[in-house]
Design a protein around this ligand. Structure first.
Ligand code: 2BA
Length: 108
């Protein structure tokens, strides 16, 4: 058995959980934060039989594809300046994924 631990963008969480559940995979969602940016992200724990590992990695790769997206950001100015937010291109998505061997698994 393998434990797949995948750190993903919050925005991809529900699409990925839906896609995993449709294929019969179980997952646990943890609210996490990146140590560098200190922004919220999501960590999913997915326990699977060895022969299902590739299928799960494929689903993660399909749903959490890295992509560029425009996000509106307000320039740092005083409120009297009345400046409209500008769209800034940022990198979204992607999945940092670790696969670990599970020695034993119990549901007690
Ligand atoms: P990624 O490398 O795609 O990492 C995204 C998030 O995945 C990380 O968020 C962290 O929560 C987790 N992660 C990545 N590698 C990990 C590992 N080896 N062990 C445990 N968790 C891991 P953040 O730490 O906030 O990093 C966000 C992004 O900032 C990273 O994207 C990377 O592009 C950049 N970054 C991270 N550390 C950096 C550093 N020391 N110097 C420069 N850039 C850094």
């Amino acid at each position: 058995m393998k434990m797949i631990m995948s750190i993903i963008d919050d925005m991809d969480t529900f699409s990925l959980l839906d896609a995993l559940s449709e294929r019969g995979f179980q997952a646990t969602k943890l609210a996490s934060s990146g140590g560098f940016l200190r922004r919220g992200n999501t960590t999913l724990l997915i326990g699977v039989e060895d022969d299902k590992k590739e299928e799960v990695l494929g689903i993660i790769e399909r749903i959490c594809m890295p992509r560029k997206q425009f996000v509106p950001m307000s320039p740092v100015m005083s409120i009297e300046d009345n400046v409209n937010p500008v769209d800034v291109m940022v990198q979204m998505g992607g999945a940092t994924t670790f696969v670990m061997d599970v020695v034993e698994n119990y549901k007690l």
